[in-house]
Every structure is written in structure tokens, then in C-alpha cells.
Design a protein. Structure first.
Length: 516
């Protein structure tokens, strides 16, 4: 154990400053304290209960102070640390470590100035999420257990885990993340761990963040893209190994084998039977890199030659309100991806013990109006796997015992959340059409937008860093919230021509079929 040397000539014991542990019954707030809201949170109380991190500053109450009823036992005013004092009262602590400052006892003006300087936002600079991650990681490395970190910082188990993971990131990855214009949280930074040092993946994430996408959605999308690219590369290698020519696009003279099967009687479209054909080849649509499209560039050898296309036989321009094939494919991938991330967020949200103010009015409105998902799924919500994922209680009587009105509202909201989320993502294959007003899905576009607007526009402003970060919607969810068509994850100004290209890739086959 370290000791302080006794012969340090430049270390002087200050006069009129005394460090004492004072029973709580002798402490009260400085009567002229300007703070109106102490902002006492559960996390703040948990931290103080584990260990008093900072001492209070107190001054003796003047002898001539006219005490009010109930103030007879107080001996000290707390001038710095009033939030800690209020939390200590709530926790019913016995005593607090205090610095008795006799130097300011008669300086009333100085006490007001101290309040301003002590709590001024320009003077107190909170640690960034990156700095918090480093502090948690280094504390863990120095021997602090995750339980100790959770108790002494008031953070949740998930936040501690995320902080430690985020603290492991290399300086290269942290530098790349800081370059992104984004309000980082510990959870967000931890998502980059699997891409640590992968400059290509980080560049893709940064591009999507620059487009305005939440980090969680950008990471999930890039993860899917990398997996799809790996699967594509493997398929291409296998095709080339078996002698199949792979081209970037379909040659102009080529017909798909499936189309030839409809044009030539007895034609077998199985690619394996065409390995020796000199016109045999394959390409991939830009929106689907995992399914090869097999073609033949010499259809004449199979008793069919495509006619020469004339202006009259060319297809009409696609309608402006039609959804391009590329957007359809992208939306079918984006919708379940967004749903999985949204349900992860909801699972964390339902760990709350209290209900934000908008919950009860929303629950009441849903039970009175009975939108489709609530009407169709509410009675069976408890049987859905989502109910357990959202921490639904198995013993209702026990959950209701002593539950406040807010806790009861959360129980009801959980059922409504399960109803909406089940109909939007779990009820069947048609759930992938929820974002499309022109297609059937178990949950209508209007009802999905109703639920998403509640989560983002109504519930979001009630949440914050001290509780849970508001849900950040993916582009496809944002389109529903705004009541606008989904046009892909890429911003419209960067997407000129993409829809036509995707349509053209799929279009010529229909032209040839019609001409036949």
C-alpha cells in the first residue's frame, strides 16, 4: 500500500479545510441553491450506493440563521454535491464524506459564483463515447470486474460489455469512426469490433453513415453485403472450375436457358446438360449476386433464333410509379434487416421498470381503435416467441403484484408491440411486402407506419443517454414514417440511372418472349 512521505517541504496542509465523514442527519441543502431539478436517476443512485466517487463540500450553518420547522438538527449546508446529497437521502445512507470549507462560510456572492462555475456546461466537458470506452476497458484491464464496473458506474450490463468491447478497438478503427459525422454511443462503437482493421468494411460503413443511416443498420447491411460477396465469389469459382464462362452481364445475343425451354419443344434447361455447348455461360443480376442466370449465345444450334427487334417491338418505358426490380429486391432485404434491429432495441426497452409518459395514452388509443395487428394478434401475443424476447412475464399475478400504473402500462404495451412486430415480420412470407402499399401483407402499410411513428416520433423524444438511446429508423422505415415511397438505401441524388439499369437487365428477356 502506498504511503505519503512525511518530509515533503512543498506539501502544506491547507487551513480552514477539513475532511470529515458527517452523518446525513446533519446535512441539508444550501438554502440559496439555484438548482431546481436534481435529476436523480436509478443509474446515479446505483453508482453512489456502490461507492461515493466525489466528496461533498459543506459549510457550517451560521449561528444567526433563522431555522425553519424541521431544520433544528442540521449543522451543515452542502454547497457542492447537492445531487449526491439528494440521492443519498433517497438511498437512506448513514453518512457522506465531506470537505468542510471554512474559507467560504462568509462569502455569499462566492457561493453563487461557485454554483455557476461548478455546473457550467462550458467548463464541464463530458467524456466522449470513445473516452468512456477507454476508461471502462482500462479499468477492466486493471482488475475491475464487470460487476464492479456496473455497480460503481451505474451502467447496465449491456453498456459495460459494449464499453469493454469498444475499448479494445485499434487506434486505426477509432480514428476511422471519429471521422464519421455521427453521435456515437458505446453500443454503436462496439458494433465496429468485428471490422477492426478492415478498411474496406469501415469505408462502406462510413458511406452509409454519411447517407444518414444509423450505425447499427449500416453495420448490419455491410455484414450482409460481405457475406453475399463471399458467397458470390465462391459460386463464381465453382462455375469457372467446372468450365462455365461467367460474364459481367448477359451478352446481347444470349437467351436464358429457361426462356429457351419455353420456345423450343423438348429443350432441357438444366445447366449441367449444356456444359459442352460453346454458347453456354452465366451472369448475375446486380441485385442478386448469389443466383447465377444461365444463358446460351448460340440459340440457333437449338432450333431457335431470336428475331431482330424493331422499334415497334421494344417495350414501353416503365411507368413512373412502378417500383424498379432493384428496389423490390433491396426492400425485401432491408425490411427484415430493419425488423431484427428494431426488435433488438425493443428487447432492451422492455427491461425498463417505468413507462415514459406517451405509453399509457398510446396503449389506450390502440385498445379503443383496434388497428389490424392489435385486432388480429393481441389475444395470442403471449404465445409468440417475441413475447419472451421482450421479457414478457410468465406469471402475470406475480408481475401485477404491487405494480404501479406505469408498470401496468408497460405490460400492455409489450403485448401491443408483440402484435405489431409479429404481423410486420413473423406472420408469414408476405411480411416482406409490408413496406409496399401495392402488395398484400399481414400488416398494412398504414398500420406499420402508425407503430413506427409511435416508436420514433412519440417515444423517441422521451428517451435519452441516461436511459436508452432513441430508436434510429432505417431508410425503409423512415420512408413509411414520412409517407413517401422507398427508393432504396442510397440517397436519391446519388441514384440517378440505377433504376433504369436494373430494369434493363431484367427487361430484354420479356422483349424476346413477346417477340416470339
Amino acid at each position: 500500500m502506498s504511503t505519503v512521505p512525511a518530509d515533503l517541504p512543498d506539501v502544506v496542509a491547507p487551513e480552514n479545510l477539513l475532511l470529515r465523514r458527517i452523518p446525513l442527519k446533519y446535512l441539508t441543502h444550501f438554502p440559496d441553491n439555484v438548482r431546481e431539478d436534481y435529476g436523480i436517476t436509478a443509474a446515479f443512485c446505483k453508482s453512489l450506493l456502490a461507492k461515493q466517487q466525489v466528496v461533498l463540500t459543506a459549510i457550517p450553518i451560521p449561528d444567526d440563521y433563522e431555522r425553519q420547522e424541521g431544520e433544528q438538527d442540521f449543522l451543515f449546508w452542502v454547497t457542492k454535491g447537492n445531487r449526491r446529497l439528494e440521492a443519498a437521502r433517497k438511498l437512506q445512507l448513514d453518512s457522506m464524506l465531506c470537505l468542510i470549507d471554512l474559507t467560504t462560510a462568509g462569502d455569499k456572492a462566492g457561493l453563487f459564483i461557485d454554483q455557476l462555475v461548478e455546473n457550467d456546461g462550458d467548463f464541464r466537458l463530458p467524456l466522449s463515447a470513445f473516452e468512456q470506452a477507454q476508461a471502462l476497458f482500462q479499468a477492466h484491464q486493471a482488475g475491475a470486474s464487470r460487476t464492479e464496473l456496473r455497480q460503481r458506474t451505474g451502467r447496465t450490463k449491456q453498456q459495460i460489455t459494449a464499453g469493454i468491447e469498444a475499448g479494445k478497438l485499434s487506434e486505426q478503427t477509432r480514428r476511422a469512426a471519429r471521422a464519421m459525422d455521427y453521435a456515437w454511443t458505446l453500443d454503436d462503437i462496439a458494433l465496429l469490433a468485428e471490422f477492426d482493421g478492415n478498411e474496406t468494411a469501415l469505408a462502406k460503413i462510413q458511406q452509409r453513415v454519411d447517407w444518414g443511416q444509423p450505425v447499427a443498420y449500416a453495420v448490419e447491411t455491410v455484414r450482409d453485403e460481405l457475406a453475399a460477396q463471399a458467397a458470390h465469389d465462391k459460386i463464381v469459382a465453382e462455375l469457372e472450375q467446372t468450365g462455365v464462362r461467367v460474364t459481367d452481364s448477359r451478352p446481347p445475343e444470349a437467351l436464358l436457358l429457361d426462356s429457351l425451354a419455353g420456345l423450343v419443344e423438348g429443350f432441357d434447361p438444366d445447366p449441367a446438360t449444356h456444359a459442352s455447348c460453346p454458347g453456354h455461360g452465366a451472369f448475375f443480376f446486380s441485385y442478386d449476386k448469389t443466383r447465377p442466370q444461365y444463358y446460351c449465345t448460340t440459340p440457333g444450334e437449338h432450333s431457335y433464333a431470336p428475331p431482330t427487334l424493331t422499334p415497334l417491338s421494344r417495350p414501353a418505358e416503365p411507368q413512373s410509379d412502378a417500383t424498379p426490380r432493384r428496389i423490390v429486391i433491396e426492400g425485401r432485404n432491408a425490411w427484415p434487416r430493419a425488423g431484427a434491429l428494431r426488435q433488438q432495441w425493443l428487447a432492451e426497452f422492455f427491461q425498463r421498470k417505468t413507462a415514459p409518459k406517451p405509453v399509457l395514452p398510446f396503449v389506450t388509443r390502440m385498445l379503443l381503435n383496434m388497428p389490424g395487428p392489435v385486432r388480429n394478434q393481441l389475444t395470442t401475443a403471449q404465445t409468440s416467441p417475441l413475447y419472451a424476447e421482450f421479457s414478457g412475464p410468465t406469471e402475470l399475478d406475480k408481475a401485477l403484484e404491487g405494480a404501479s400504473m406505469g408498470q401496468q402500462a408497460m405490460l400492455l404495451l409489450r403485448l401491443i408491440a408483440v402484435a405489431f412486430e409479429h404481423q410486420m415480420t413473423k406472420a408469414g412470407p408476405d411480411c416482406k411486402n409490408t413496406w409496399r402499399p401495392d402488395r398484400y401483407s399481414p400488416c398494412s402499410t398504414e398500420d406499420a407506419a402508425l407503430w413506427l411513428r409511435f416508436l420514433v416520433n412519440t417515444l423517441g423524444p422521451e428517451l435519452g443517454p441516461r436511459t436508452l438511446q432513441p430508436y434510429q429508423p432505417a431508410p425503409i422505415e423512415r420512408a413509411l414514417i414520412n409517407g413517401t415511397p422507398y427508393r432504396g438505401d442510397m440517397p436519391a441524388e446519388l441514384d440517378e440511372g440505377e433504376g433504369d439499369q436494373a430494369t434493363d437487365e431484367a427487361g430484354p428477356e420479356h422483349v424476346q418472349d413477346e417477340a416470339a
